[in-house]
Design a protein around this ligand. Structure first.
Ligand code: SF4
Ligand code: SF4
Length: 364
């Protein structure tokens, strides 16, 4: 039967790094934390499955004996301040969404690894999960020794930082487990200081409902009190990772694909969106969510010339976009913005949008 070293060697040859091995017994230590998060509402709504489904690998593959955990480095961080999504002049999307959709890429590589193992292993059974599966990828990675938990809730691989996509393969073969890494953040607390919304409520604890990564993916209305803290984030947020010393040390930093032309996005139709975002993880929520986020970014940039874009956004078919456009116009302020809002007040019929318009005028 195939052994760990051959699996690791092949995995690395196809770009998976780091790679580690864990037992397939339950992740019982997560139960309390998951139940607490359910209780306190620290959930995004994107989580799959019940608490039991999230901690018991064998509910998904009965014969599971081991788990192969793997990372795929994307290393799209640079420490530049204007790439941190608050003070920049252009929109930015998370480095994790800048390239081809990683779910697909990582899943493809794990499938490739499964084919390799199956050639040497009679009756090989496996199940691959990448992000959207019930198991908690980070906990699997931690158990398999890929990295340690940072205070920003990311898994940090000592030599690669946290810019790695995580996935796993449950397998019906016994593979000796690796040890967890005996490392932590020490006295550092930079990520907590740099989080613009206070989503990192304490070390290792994320209030998802305040996290920009969640806010830019959720449907509907972004809470008014958080909009001004979102800066120019159009999709996702890497701020607590960008400032992390472990990512500053990681090799191959780049911001390629991270910049978004807000004007282009605001004027984009369905076809342009499909061409630009069809292979990107940033496209999964659809064009209107990105437009809503772009409108918020315009409100935070506070540039008078952007009222040309908001004039159109305030008559968009989506009430959510119209409402956020009213907020953004109010943030920009001035006579022209006031005129746009007063005109909208006379033509708007939607109660939510009317409320946004009135508040925007009152706050100007
Ligand atoms: S992703 Fe952004 S908003 Fe979320 S915890 Fe990190 S810095 Fe805060
Ligand atoms: S910034 Fe500091 S505290 Fe936060 S995850 Fe990185 S090392 Fe840990």
């Amino acid at each position: 039967m195939i052994g760990k070293e051959l699996i690791r060697e092949y995995a690395r040859s196809i770009g998976l790094d780091p790679v580690g091995f864990a037992g397939a017994h339950s992740f019982e230590r997560l139960r309390e934390m998951l139940e607490e998060r359910h209780g306190k509402g620290y959930l995004s709504g994107f989580e799959a499955g019940t608490v039991d489904e999230r901690i018991h690998p064998r509910l998904h593959l009965e014969e599971a004996r081991s788990i192969i955990a793997a990372g795929l480095p994307y290393l799209r961080f640079s420490g530049q301040e204007d790439m941190c999504g608050i003070d920049g002049s252009a929109g930015i999307i998370s480095g994790s969404a800048a390239g081809e959709d990683y779910h697909r890429v990582l899943k493809g590589k794990l499938e490739q690894l499964a084919v390799y193992i199956s050639r040497e292993t009679p009756n090989f059974k496996y199940l691959i999960m990448v992000d959207t599966g019930p198991l908690v990828d980070r906990e699997v990675a931690y158990r398999a020794g890929l990295g340690f938990y940072g205070k920003n809730c990311s898994i940090i691989a000592p030599s690669l930082g946290s810019g790695i996509f995580l996935g796993e393969m449950l397998v019906n073969i016994e593979l000796e487990p690796d040890s967890v890494l005996d490392m932590d953040c020490g006295e550092c607390g930079i990520c907590l200081e740099k989080c613009p919304t206070g989503a990192l409520v304490k070390p290792y604890t994320l209030d998802v409902a305040r996290c920009i990564s969640y806010l830019t993916q959720k449907k509907g209305i972004i809470p008014r009190e958080l909009r001004s803290r979102i800066g120019v984030h159009i999709y996702g947020c890497d701020r607590c990772q960008r400032y992390c010393p472990y990512n500053n040390k990681a090799l191959g930093q780049t911001d390629e694909g991270v910049i978004v032309d807000i004007k282009e996005l605001m004027e984009m139709g369905k076809r342009g969106f499909a061409e630009r975002y069809k292979n990107s993880a940033a496209g999964w929520r659809g064009l209107n969510i990105l437009k809503r986020n772009a409108v918020v970014a315009l409100g935070n940039l506070k540039r008078g010339e952007d009222l040309d874009l908001l004039v159109k956004a305030i008559i968009h078919p989506s009430p959510v976009i119209r409402g956020h456009a009213a907020w953004a116009a109010g943030r920009i302020g001035g006579e022209r913005a006031e005129g746009i809002l007063i005109k909208a007040l006379h033509t708007e019929k939607d109660e939510y949008v009317l409320d946004e318009i009135k508040k925007a005028i009152a706050e100007m």
